[in-house]
Every structure is written in C-alpha cells, then in structure tokens.
Design a protein around this ligand. Sequence first.
Ligand code: SAH
Length: 346
Amino acid sequence: MKKNLFGLTLDELTNELTNLKLPKFRAKQIISWIYQRGANSFDQMTDLSKSLRQQLNDNYEIKICKLIDRLDSKDRLTTKFLLEFDDGATVESVLMRHDYGNSICISTQVGCAMGCKFCASTQKGLERNLTSAEIFAEVFFVNEILKQNSERVDSVVIMGIGEPLMNFDNLIKALELIHAEYSLNLSYRKITVSTCGIVPKIYQLAEIDLPITLSISLHAPNNELRSLLMPINNNFNINEVVKAGGDYAKSTGRRVTYEYILISEVNDTTEHARQLIKILSGQLANVNLIPINPIEENNFKRPTKDRIKNFCDLLNAHGLTATIRKEFGVKINAACGQLRSNYLSR
Ligand code: SAH
C-alpha cells in the first residue's frame, strides 16, 4: 500500500524521504507543491525529474478527502460540505462568508461521545477520532475551493462535530499544520477551539500556550441544569469549568468566550441570567449567546427575539460582555451536525 503524504509536517516529510535517500531541500519543494500549490499527483510537480516523480509515485500518494455533498444557502453566505475519508467516515465542515472574511467551522471527531441533549452531532455516539491529517484536510479542502476565486480561509473555528479536547494530540498537530508557513500560514490568533469543558485538557492547553481563542460551552448557570443538558458536567462540574476558564485567561492573558445556547423556558429566565452573572463576574470573558437550532430529537424551542435581547441586555448591564451570535446556515441544515445526521438516516 502506498503511504499518504498529505498531512505530514515538514519534519515528518523530510524524515520520510530519507527512505528514498533524497536531499533535504526536496521535502521543502514537495511540501510546497502539496500544501501551497495544491498538487494531488506527483506528475504535477514539474520541477522534479521524471524519474523522481516515478519513484515518488511508486511509493506514495496524496489523498485529501472526498466531497459527498455540498449545500449553498440562497444568500451564498454559507456553504456546507459533507466530506468523506478513506474508511467511509463522514464529517461536516461549514464555510461562512462574514464581512470580516471567510471563516470555516470544522469537526474533530466522527460523531461525539459527549451526549449533550440539544446537539445533533452526538445522537449516534462516537465512531472514532479524526486524524490530524483529516482535521487539517477540512481546512485545506475548503481553502482550495476559495483559491479558485483568489480568496482564502481567514479564520477557523473548531466548533463542528466532536469534542476537540478529547482528541487533543491530533487537534494540536492539525493546528500546527494550519498555521505552518510552508502550509496555510494562518495565524493562531485566527483559530478558536470550543470545548464542553474537559478541565484537565484546558490546563494542558494553557500550558502549550498557543495564541488561539478558547471557547467554553457553558449553556447553563448551575450544576443541576447543566448536568441535565450536558452529561459531562457530572465529570467536571460548572465550578471547576469556570475556574479552569478563569485560570486559562489569567495564565495566557487572553479572554475566554463562554457559549450559552438559549432554550425557551429551560435556561433563558431572568433568574438564569442572574446566576450566570454571578458565576462569571470578575472574569476576563465574553459571553456568546446562541439561540438554539431546534433538532428533531427533542422539543427544545428557541426563545422569542425579545426574550433573547432581554437576557443579553441583563448580562451587559451587569458588567459582562455579551453578544448574540449571528446566524448562518440554519435554513440549509448547516447547524451542528444536521447534514451528517440526515445523511446517515438516508
Ligand atoms: N464539543 C465542543 C465543540 C462542538 S459544539 C463544544 O461543546 O463546545 C460547538 C457549539 O455548538 C457548542 O457551543 C454547542 O453547544 C453548540 N451547539 C450544539 N448543538 C446546538 C444546537 N442545536 N443549537 C445551537 N447550538 C448548538
């Protein structure tokens, strides 16, 4: 079987090519063909000799991922990709064209084990982790499409399917590939990682100290409710999660974002807002309010616009920095694992 070169770092490729006794500069040349010029066959690498191309072709391949389905919103602002990897596993990646640039939301696992009650991605459990190459492939693939119009991926949010911090090492390596100068050369500052609150991993992330943004899915202001909505709260409770967020902000000097889905009559009352203010006050934090995208599997409803605005205003009036998330792709099932779950049911 041929070894896939896609997803190797420069060091790994250099090391790999010593098997063919190639000089070091060849790795640089080849990696730039793959990641910057988008070559997916060795024949395209015209500055390599024919015999070298043949030799590479005999031993290696360049395989990224397969596009299974693509949905474009009417306003063209959102495009959703269903991508398939070698073993038939599928994930979703969503491109959102903001006025400040192209942002892509990517997945880190095939399915998810976290069991959050409001989330479509976790309904069928976890199939497997994505490899670092596969996580990177999501960004690379969409970037190649954008390049056709002289555009690029300007920012990456890791808020797709899966819990990124449960796939920690592959996540970090994928971020390295997205960031590397020989690859997409995207600043770490343009990357956001979202977690449901795997506390020890938040500390590990703080220690690595990449200048990425950390986002924590809170969704409830007390343990009783959070445990109902997010089973992970039984392992790491809200006090530990908020403390880890606070410590992360302190040690890295970077503001943490808390995500809070608003579900009508479940977590959106004035009392909930007061509790939220109490637990987050004094933190270097933003609160991102997300009106829920209802999914079939439960009957959670979205609060009215007024209720959402009141909740937001109350937080802001008490010293928190809260915003309501601008919505993309609800109409094309771009929200949270919906394209994949529909595909699996078909
Ligand atoms: N596991 C990570 C990242 C994936 S979820 C995490 O929990 O943060 C990314 C974000 O989408 C989370 O804030 C998640 O709670 C939110 N989300 C999931 N289902 C949703 C739904 N039905 N409506 C709105 N947001 C949802």
